[in-house]
Ligand binder design. Structure first.
Ligand SMILES: [Zn+2]
Ligand SMILES: [Zn+2]
Length: 370
């Protein structure tokens, strides 16, 4: 089968032909339909991190997946051929209490693997085999957008974490909230756009910032969600000093992170999801003022990574509601669909302005791989 592979820490990506996984390797056999491309994949291709499975000379790249079940071991219940599925990314360490409770996103040992990232093959290939516990069944009407479910799960977790912290000051019996809460999204890639969508759905007044003018693909969609777009290419002054209850960061830029903290409102929370480059030179910050404001403002800085199965499930519910409320909005985030063989070209050229590039592995979901 064809596969897009990397050999970290060597930069670069290759299209190879490799054997399909053995039928004994798992009870559910899945044909991959599509695989999304994201910043994590680019970091791996650039040699920043990534690790092949034990004993393999390469790592099959890709974690944002959608597939169709084409064979199920007779002893396995819950799946039938033709089911659409998205596989979760992280596989637990087998030792800590969080991994034992299917919450490997909170793993305490770091001994987990991540498909397409760290120690386990990913989905930029034609087939994989998996245990049912790592497969999330997707309703048919979401077929055209379900490749966004993995990034959506990351957004669901980040917002849930932020909301948990915000809720520590609620409720105020007898004095209900009269104004909608406000949210600032930093970055208008897929994570940022999905966060804008979910927060608009939850009744937040949303503003989204990036370093682009009004001609970027995300702008019309933000307008449709009722969200404000602000270009901060020349600085955060463009926000006119606005402060927000919830900030969702999806840029991985350290300097942006510090500027964002300045835009937290009283009792506000910033959730960081972007992963900065650890080789970034040290930054000088006015620490006294920064931490003083955080204490006096009851503010919180929260990191959020990965997502367990419950966030894939809440993501499916929110995607279904989004399809009813803003038909076509999710689909419009997929700004290009290219064949799997185009992957070397996609990774070989600088990131273009689109929201999400998806590699199409199989043109249809009918029938098993020949
Ligand atoms: Zn991703
Ligand atoms: Zn663990």
């Amino acid at each position: 089968m064809r596969a897009i592979v990397v050999r970290p820490p060597k930069p670069g990506v290759e299209l190879i032909d490799c054997p399909a996984p053995s039928r004994a390797a798992g009870p559910v056999r899945v044909t991959v339909l599509e695989c999304g491309v994201c910043g994590t994949d680019r970091d791996i291709v650039n040699g920043k991190y990534g690790k092949p499975p034990e004993g393999s000379p390469f790592l099959i790249l890709g974690h944002e997946n959608l597939g169709v079940v084409h064979a199920v071991d007779p002893s396995t219940a819950g799946f039938v051929p033709g089911d659409l599925v998205v596989a979760t990314v992280r596989r637990g360490c087998g030792r800590c209490r969080f991994c034992s409770a299917n919450r490997s996103d909170f793993c305490e040992t770091g001994g987990f693997t991540e498909c397409g990232i760290n120690g386990a093959h990913g989905y930029m290939t034609e087939e994989y085999v998996e245990s049912p516990e790592y497969l999330v069944k997707v309703p048919r009407p979401l077929r055209s957008v379900a490749v966004l479910l993995e990034p959506m799960s990351v957004v669901e977790k980040a917002i849930f974490q932020g909301q948990r912290v915000l809720d520590r000051k609620e409720p105020t019996p007898g004095h209900p909230r009269t104004e909608a809460p406000s949210a600032l999204i930093a970055g208008t890639g897929a994570i940022g756009m999905l966060a804008a969508l979910v927060l608009a759905m939850r009744g937040y007044r949303v503003a989204a910032i990036d370093r682009h003018g009004g001609d970027t693909p995300g702008v019309p969609l933000l307008a449709r969600l009722g969200a404000r777009h602000v270009n901060v290419a020349t600085g955060f002054d463009a926000l006119d000093g606005a402060r927000f209850d919830l900030v969702i960061e999806a840029t991985g830029s350290v300097s942006a992170d510090f500027s964002l903290i300045d835009h937290l409102g009283p009792n506000g929370v910033i959730v960081l999801t972007g992963i900065p480059d650890e080789r970034e030179p040290p930054a000088t910050v006015p620490g006294g003022q920064l931490f003083r404001d955080i204490v006096l403002g009851n503010q919180a800085i929260v990191g959020s990574v990965n997502a367990n199965r419950t966030y894939f499930e809440s993501g499916l519910r929110d995607m279904t509601v989004a399809e009813e409320r803003w038909p076509g909005a999710l689909e419009s985030m997929i700004t290009s669909r290219l064949p799997l063989d185009a992957a070397p070209e996609v990774f070989g050229s600088p990131r273009r302005g689109g929201v999400k590039t998806v590699l199409r592995v199989r043109p249809t979901d009918a029938g098993p791989v020949p």
